[in-house]
Design a protein around this ligand. Structure first.
Ligand SMILES: Cc1cc2nc3c(=O)[nH]c(=O)nc-3n(C[C@H](O)[C@H](O)[C@H](O)COP(=O)(O)OP(=O)(O)OC[C@H]3O[C@@H](n4cnc5c(N)ncnc54)[C@H](O)[C@@H]3O)c2cc1C
Length: 457
């Protein structure tokens, strides 16, 4: 058999791919990282909030070295109707330390990550699209880009949501539209002082704000707004499965959010400097495909590792952790010179033990809760508006006891449904304590190997 050109080929220089490339190159493996964008991150898009706990394990000095925008110290969640926003705000200097999260802009952040991989010794190639996987004797043996074939002992697929390469090679099945969402985002330039003043922030501190209700015209999904150093990132995420029933297109949803009376004054006078759209993961734990294959691993979004709980949107920290664990698995397999699925099964086992699959399992019931509880996007924002209006309106008429106001506001929904939805909602975010509990004894999904155990992916 021809000698492999590389120890590892990684497709995709997003957070998953660049992290894996860095860890592999630091261990002295001959690794190439390929991205179709003109530069790493040029095709990537996030709402823009990075939880840094996973990043710090690989890049301990990230806080001073990485291009981070603002440390998030203020959280807001709003239920929107056309005219009102019922908002919960939490501000705290304690939103730092190990649980610190920062707003980031993907183009500079992803470029920084790819630079770390290059500095560690990885070859980084941008502007090349990988068209196919090279399959030999039933295993992944490299990649095909245009006329060129490149072989490697292992290929790490970090090519983002709905990995076309994994699908084309038959490693994963057809995507379910209910497992994916469309995201659209604008970056609006305001100036550093204006951002701080309008959002009530100290220098370097930031606000993360999520919206539910009117902005998606009652469809599953929501809006987000993150303050960057001198810009804000604002956008919408809504499920593809729901879009077919919507008269309002995604760009119009973004406009609705921008026009909302509570948002509009905050972005007034701003200049649009960037916009884009991207797929986001929405399926949670049940959408995670087979992760380990003969000669290949799936990482990050390509592995379905994304989490949307309504109040947090996460993917980058899961991508970074999966990149690190995949790389450490490959280093061990390299030591054994065995890149079979059986040898690589440790990747799935370690993800299961890590926060990645534990968190996904914990929130496993959340996507189904949202699908079954449309009132979250219609009736409940209206209920909140009615309750707030009855609390805060003073017009000279006789005051009502608060309990009666709340009962009146809840009447259109019905008390029984309200309690049921509340109970199910609490259950969905209260999760299950273990991956094993969530799996209920499902069989391991490691392709083409005799090493089949119970209870992992
Ligand atoms: C609107 C929106 C808001 C989000 N908000 C947040 C948030 O606030 N916080 C958070 O943590 N996560 C958020 N996410 C999710 C987050 O963006 C992803 O989870 C994360 O980017 C996954 O990283 P990744 O490295 O797996 O994939 P990606 O970042 O998607 O990187 C994949 C890379 O592969 C490259 N590629 C793809 N195909 C090929 C090919 N054939 N050949 C060569 N290169 C290829 C692409 O160019 C890209 O660079 C959001 C997502 C969206 C869409």
């Amino acid at each position: 058999m021809a000698e492999d050109a590389f120890d590892a080929i990684i497709v995709g220089a997003g957070p998953a791919g660049s992290t894996a490339a860095t860890v592999l190159a630091r261990a002295g493996l001959d690794v190439v990282l390929i991205d179709r964008g003109v530069s790493a991150g040029s095709k990537n898009l996030s709402g823009g909030r990075l939880y840094t706990h996973a990043l710090g394990k690989v890049f301990p000095d990230f806080a001073t070295e990485a291009p981070l925008e603002r440390l998030i110290t203020k959280e807001r969640i709003s239920l929107l109707t056309q005219e009102s926003a019922s908002t919960v705000e939490f501000g705290s200097g304690k939103l730092g330390g190990k649980s610190a999260s920062y707003s980031v802009l993907r183009a500079p952040f992803d470029q920084w990550l790819a630079d770390q991989a290059e500095a560690a010794g990885a070859s980084v190639i941008t502007g090349i699209r990988v068209d196919d996987l090279l399959l030999r004797d039933g295993r992944v043996a490299g990649v095909v880009a245009g006329e060129e074939e490149m072989s490697a002992k292992i290929v790490l697929l970090a090519d983002g949501a709905i990995s076309l390469l994994a699908r084309r090679a038959g490693l994963i099945g057809e995507p379910n539209p209910h497992h994916y969402a469309v995201g659209a985002k604008e970056v609006i330039q305001l100036g550093e002082d204006v951002v701080s003043q309008r959002f009530g922030l100290a220098a370097g501190e930031g606000c993360a704000w999520v919206f539910d209700g009117d902005c998606t015209d009652g469809h599953i999904g929501g809006g987000f707004l993150y303050t960057n150093r001198d810009t804000v990132s604002l956008g919408i995420v809504t499920t593809i499965g729901d879009l077919g029933y919507s008269d309002v297109r995604v760009p119009e949803m973004v406009e609705r959010l921008k026009r909302h009376p509570v948002v509009a004054p905050l972005i007034a006078g701003g200049t649009l400097v960037e916009y884009g759209g991207h797929l986001a993961l929405e399926g949670g734990y049940d959408a995670v495909p087979q992760l380990v294959h003969e000669g290949a691993l799936l990482l990050g979004d390509a592995a379905g590792l994304g989490l949307n709980t309504g109040y947090t949107i996460r993917g980058m920290d899961l991508a970074i952790e999966s990149g690190r664990i995949a790389a450490e698995t490959v280093i061990a397999a390299h030591g054994r010179n065995d890149f079979s699925a059986a040898s690589l099964a440790e990747y799935a086992d370690r993800l299961k033990e890590s926060f990645v699959l534990t968190d996904l399992a914990f929130y496993r019931r959340f996507p189904k809760f949202l699908e079954d509880t449309r009132g979250m996007f219609t009736d409940y924002p209206k209920l909140a508006e009615d309750a707030m209006l009855s609390l805060f309106s003073v017009d000279g008429s006789k005051p009502e006891p608060i309990t009666r106001s709340l009962r009146t506001a809840a009447r259109p929904i019905g008390f029984g449904r309200l309690v049921r939805d509340l109970w199910r909602g609490l259950g969905a975010i209260n999760g299950r304590a273990s991956v094993a509990g969530a799996l209920g004894g499902a069989a391991i999904r490691v392709r083409g190997t005799a090493n089949r155990k119970g209870g992992t992916r």
